[in-house]
Ligand binder design. Structure first.
Ligand code: C5P
Length: 322
């Protein structure tokens, strides 16, 4: 899908800002860079499109939970990778596809070896694979000083996956269309949501399957995401009860583990719980660290995989927490 002229200008301006946003630790010939996860504050599914995808409006936020990607100059004319999660160590991995796409686009013969240190749970609704792909695109452009425009990078990101363009800029963003049309929002993060407890049930969920299980009553007109956008932009407080996810009903009904995990979060003291993306990860928001860490520890003693994290915006040479 093409960006219109104004949107493209705004997009390019933002992309120029973020071109140097992901500051690497450069020890030539090694390039190391963090790749952040996301949560969906809201996710409206508006309907099914003729191309089989669904029309979305979603407000996403990068969080301080990250994979680390190490790019290493390779001797041979190929892309290779290793990963601490053996099942991800293959040429279907989006980091390999992203690197191959860059090489093909510019007819490069330089070899590259990628070491992927995964910390973000896989197939969890946290965008880990998409984030890794976007990070490789940005990192290769920067490391190899490639003549790739922001528009070209955005097009490659869109071809790699619906969430990948978001991770080129990160932060707090309204994503529309398939997810690839981006509008960055002001970092007006509510103080009541400063801390996030993430609970990852011990199952993986196929995004495609979750979208297939949608029913007509799950569709909205985008109002949750647009109301969240308005609240964040006008500095009126976004309340936890204004968070929403069209995919949540189906996931809670279909996967007992997720429904159980939701109850466990509420029993542990969370006063709000939402699904991130297509799940199965659930998140709860907290104003203070003490309560959030108490909930985390309580859930960990019950054997749950739980993360205590915070919204984060990669920007310039530093990162902003809010
Ligand atoms: O774009 P991506 O490969 O990440 O999407 C994974 C799957 O999620 C798609 O194959 C599609 O079934 C579903 N999807 C969708 N509508 C979107 C995004 C994803 O139906 N906007």
């Amino acid at each position: 899908m093409e960006l219109d002229k104004t949107r493209r200008a705004v997009h390019n301006a933002r992309m120029s800002q973020i071109q140097h946003a992901t500051q690497p630790t450069t020890i030539s010939p090694l390039y190391a860079v963090p790749s952040y996860a996301k949560i969906n504050l809201t996710l409206d599914v508006l309907g099914k499109r003729p191309d089989g995808y669904h029309e979305l409006a979603t407000v996403m936020q990068t969080i301080d939970l990250y994979d680390t990607i190490y790019l290493i100059a390779g001797d041979e004319d190929r892309v290779s990778m290793v990963c601490n999660r053996a099942e991800l160590c293959n040429t279907d991995n989006l980091v390999v596809k992203a690197a191959q796409m860059v090489r093909q686009q510019l007819h490069l013969t330089r070899g590259i070896h990628i070491e992927l240190l995964k910390r973000i749970p896989v197939a969890a609704g946290l965008g880990g694979g998409s984030s890794d792909a976007a990070t490789v695109l940005l990192a290769l452009r920067d490391w190899w000083q490639l003549p790739l425009s922001d528009q070209q990078l955005w097009e490659m990101a869109s071809a790699l996956g619906s969430d990948v363009p978001f991770f080129l800029q990160g932060g707090l963003t309204l994503c529309e269309g398939r997810g690839e049309r981006l509008m960055q929002l002001k970092h007006n993060w509510p103080a009541t949501m400063r801390w996030l407890v993430l609970l990852k049930p011990a199952i993986s969920i196929s995004t495609a399957q979750v979208f297939r299980a949608l029913q007509p009553q799950d569709y909205t007109n985008g109002s949750w995401s647009h109301a969240a956008q308005a609240a964040l932009e006008t500095e009126s407080t976004l309340q936890p009860q204004n968070l929403y996810n069209s995919l949540e009903r189906g996931v809670l009904e279909q996967y007992a583990e997720v429904a159980q995990a939701r109850s466990a979060l509420l029993d542990a003291g969370a006063d709000n719980v939402r699904l991130s993306g297509s799940g199965p990860t659930l998140f709860s928001t907290f104003a203070d660290l003490t309560t959030a860490s108490r909930v985390q520890q309580h859930l960990q003693t019950q054997g749950y995989e739980v993360y205590l994290t915070r919204p984060i915006a990669p920007a310039g040479q530093s990162i902003h927490f809010f």
